[in-house]
Design a protein around this ligand. Structure first.
Ligand code: PLP
Length: 394
């Protein structure tokens, strides 16, 4: 008899292909050496943190012998971190945020779980366009909700507001968008987002309960060809922005993120108090204090985006050369090409036979596509060319 709950056992069962991929990858690396395996499966930001992070750490070391240097801090985050975040987000979001609109969380993942815990009732639905970050489904279910997937436009994965409208019901509590998108690299336009906001205004009025518009933005800083990510907060009263410094400061292991509420939201104060409580009772207590200090000091610093752009171009050149169809990512660090032959699992296995690790699109709600990450040296990307060419021939 299993010691696990049937729910978790079911999760493990359903995600067994992810485990299989991971285990096969680890075995391959052991057998062939890490340099001979092209691991495009993991989204672990590999650029060194920018200089501001090191400078902040040196300040932390200098004060490390003070009493309570690393003691508990307020559940909402360090006051200085909240103020710095409010300042920064006011510019990004073109909205007048204050510290009272922002809390510090354990990454964007912690932000989503905290928010869902605070607002979802059993059976509530969170609508999300596909493809989507695979953890969203678990996060909604963690708090009694269900993820409802809406289609996006084929191949380009633009926001399809009509497809979202088709799945909204009286149980819809939130619509969750992620732009720049993991895995498609798509950035939703201001017009598409404004039209989504109009839809949510109408549906909230029809159902007599506000539908939140949640924007998960850990890749906001990472855009190419001067494409801008439109701000969400000016569009809609019940809008909420979440994000983190996992990618922008290469700080993924330090677990610092945030939730920012629209300052014009009626009842926002009570919602924020609930979020602070949930951050505490979910066991996060407070986001790591070292990370909060780093973020406060290094907030406006960032990794060198041109390195990611360079890698993006190298990867695109390989895909062009071997004849794999894709939409050029406008942001984030992923390609989401069409699986040649149409079967994503079969093609990912074909890649695996050439020591290339990729993730099938079905894991992101989009069978028929596959994800490649460019979180590795350009030299490795370039060396993978012949392996891709062989996989295409087979
Ligand atoms: N949202 C998206 C779209 C992501 O890709 C990730 C991580 O890859 C997260 C949220 C969670 O990131 P973190 O909790 O490290 O901020």
């Amino acid at each position: 008899m299993s010691l696990l709950s049937p729910r978790i056992e079911g999760y493990i069962e359903r995600s067994s292909w992810i485990r299989k991929m991971f285990e096969t990858g680890a075995e391959l690396k052991k057998k062939l050496g890490a340099d001979n395996v092209f691991d495009f499966s993991l989204g672990n930001p590999d650029l060194p943190p920018p200089p501001g992070v090191k400078a902040a750490l040196q300040d932390i070391v200098a004060k490390a012998d003070a009493p309570l240097a690393f003691g508990y801090v307020p559940n909402a985050g360090l006051p200085a971190a909240r103020s710095a975040l409010a300042d920064h987000l006011s510019t990004e979001q073109k909205a007048p945020l204050t510290a009272a609109n922002v809390i510090v969380t354990c990454g964007a993942a912690g932000a989503l779980n905290t928010f869902f815990h605070a607002v979802l009732e059993p059976g509530d639905e969170v609508v999300c366009p596909a493809p989507y970050f695979v953890e969203y489904g678990f996060y909604a279910a963690n708090h009694g909700g269900a993820l409802v997937v809406a289609a996006s436009t084929e191949f380009t994965f633009e926001l399809d507001v009509a497809a979202i409208e088709a799945v909204i019901t009286p149980k819809t509590r939130a619509v969750l968008v992620n732009s720049p998108n993991n895995p498609s690299g798509q950035i939703y336009t201001a017009e598409q987002l404004a039209s989504l906001a109009d839809l949510l205004r109408a549906k909230s009025a029809e159902h007599g309960r506000p539908i939140f518009l949640l924007s998960d933005e850990p890749y906001r800083f990472l855009t190419y060809d001067n494409v801008e990510v439109p701000p969400i907060l000016p569009l809609y009263e019940h809008s909420v922005v979440m994000g983190s410094f996992s990618k922008s400061l290469s700080l993924a292991g330090e677990r610092v993120g945030y939730i920012a509420l629209n300052p014009g939201m009626t009842g926002g104060d009570t919602l924020l108090a609930g979020l602070v409580l949930c951050n505490r009772i979910l066991g996060f207590v407070n986001a790591p204090v070292i990370g909060q200090i780093i973020v406060t000091e290094a907030l406006r610093d960032g990794v060198d985006v041109s390195v990611y752009d360079d890698r993006r171009r190298s990867m695109a050149a390989i895909l062009d050369d071997v004849g794999i169809d894709y939409t050029m990512p406008k942001g984030a660090f992923y390609f989401f090409p069409k699986a040649p032959g149409g079967d994503d699992l079969a093609f990912v296995n074909q890649l695996l036979a050439e020591n290339i690790l990729a993730v099938p699109g079905r894991g992101f709600g989009c069978p028929g596509y596959f994800r490649l990450t460019f979180c590795m040296d350009k030299a490795i990307i370039e060396r993978s060319h012949d392996a891709f060419a062989r996989a295409m021939k087979s």
